[in-house]
Design a protein around this ligand. Structure first.
Ligand SMILES: [Fe+2]
Ligand SMILES: [Fe+2]
Length: 176
């Protein structure tokens, strides 16, 4: 994307991000930094990785009504579980918010944000990058995740480790 476009998109995202709780803003920024690092490792577009990280949780603290409204606006299929527990639809909701506010943004960014909580094993590369960055973001301070973050392994292997971690039951389980 052109530099002016990238800056314009980032400004729109930052304006919305400023309305989120401080801790969540810091989480989105840390995830964006990590997504850029993984993008460099695999040779993916770093600006798209940064935008995906910066926007992925924009609707994380929205009301259930707003979450479902944005999620439904995408036209994507929303699972029954998400209908019952709207917080789980915060990825599709953020995707819907982006489609409305930055319709020209890349479809890879939209799909990565939509699926960041429950990525498929064969997800597109940017979806994998965002899911890994989000799961391993260090402020979470979860020992088994720190272990995977610090492993010296290729990216695809790290993604498979993240998929394994996501399937583990956790007492303090919070959906990222
Ligand atoms: Fe999230
Ligand atoms: Fe997140």
């Amino acid at each position: 994307m052109k530099n002016e476009e990238y800056k314009k998109y980032l400004d729109i995202i930052l304006e919305k991000q400023a309305l989120s709780p401080k801790g969540l803003q810091m989480h989105m920024q840390a995830v964006a930094d990590m997504a850029v690092t993984y993008a460099k490792e695999v040779g993916y577009d770093v600006e798209s990785a940064n935008l995906a990280g910066m926007a992925h949780d924009l609707l994380r603290h929205a009301t259930p009504e707003e979450t479902l409204e944005y999620a439904h606006s995408t036209g994507f299929v929303i699972s029954d579980l998400m209908e019952k527990v709207p917080m789980l639809a915060h990825g599709p909701a953020a995707a819907g918010w982006l489609m409305k506010n930055i319709p020209q943004i890349g479809v890879d960014v939209i799909l990565a944000i939509r699926d960041h909580t429950f990525p498929a094993d064969d997800a597109p590369m940017l979806t994998k990058i965002l899911a890994v960055a989000d799961t391993l973001e260090p402020s979470r301070q979860i020992p088994e995740r720190e272990e995977v973050r610090l492993m010296r392994i290729p990216f695809e292997q790290r993604f498979m480790e993240v998929q394994r971690l996501k399937k583990l039951p956790r007492k303090d389980k919070k959906q990222s």
